[in-house]
Design a protein around this ligand. Sequence first.
Ligand code: ZN
Length: 335
Amino acid sequence: VGDRERGALIGVDIGGTKVASGIVDEGGSILAQSRVAMVADRDANAGFAAVCSAIDAMLARAGELKLGIDGIGICSPGPLNPDTGVVINPPNLPCWRNFPLASKVSERYVLPVKVGNDANAAALAETIWGAGTGYRHVFYTCIGTGIGTGIIFDNEIYYGHTGAAGEGGHVSIDYRGPRCNCGKPGCIEVLASGTAIANRARARLEEQPGQSAILLQLVKGIPANLTCNMVAEALAAGDALAREITAETVQFLSLWLGNIVDLLDPDVVIIGGGVANMLRPWFGDLKNGLVVSSINSRANEIPIVPSRYGDEAGIAGGAALLAGRGANRRQELHV
Ligand SMILES: [Zn+2]
């Protein structure tokens, strides 16, 4: 590595079905990336081998690009221990139970390794390189299949006492609301995630198929086929049902963000995830609703902005775990 031109990090994003990996430079740009299938339903080693093949692909690419790799940062589904890098028992990764992911990866590659929860890591990436640059206290939410959140205080992930802080998707706005997968009623995730949007639209379409010709056509006459992407498509085409569903979603999110602002008073709110694009024209309504739902008379000063990273949030997030100011402090580097 003596004559290398510059250093970079490898970011790895582990999901239930795929492992994405990428090379991330000092400015947070993703120079290369790859995807392999995750093997989540066999033994621990099969899952680990999938992760290694994703890392190997990026190490080979780094060699071609004449980049030195300074560390490997990994986003994994939780629960996990951010101090030790042990993955505890994620429902979508049955292969791993108390699996020491950070130490396994650092043993194999002899590099610093950190492991973190995906939304926390994405929040840090946005703060260092993305939409949160220049802000100290950041609230990040990723609205997709579920709703993840991350809290950054003073440019560092806020972990809380047990490492489990930042589960804002399971903050309830309705104690009589529908039950979330986590067991609680009325979590914002069960009301405003992409899954929730699709479920509500599907129920309305089943009730009254005539009220949206566009959606009925998109689902080919079978409401069970309805997805959140179809609601987004219908919304873009001016469909009234899609508008109604989106307006409700924005109302739920406003109330929730009002709670968040009253609790944290962040410098900025960043919205990412697959549903963020669909909601982007509604950020003004979201802001107005938030102001009404917060007791903070200056809530209107808090910007609501779209994230820099889309599908690459996990790759950038993994790398951010090693690039952050507090990277050496929270988790010992396993060299
Ligand atoms: Zn929940």
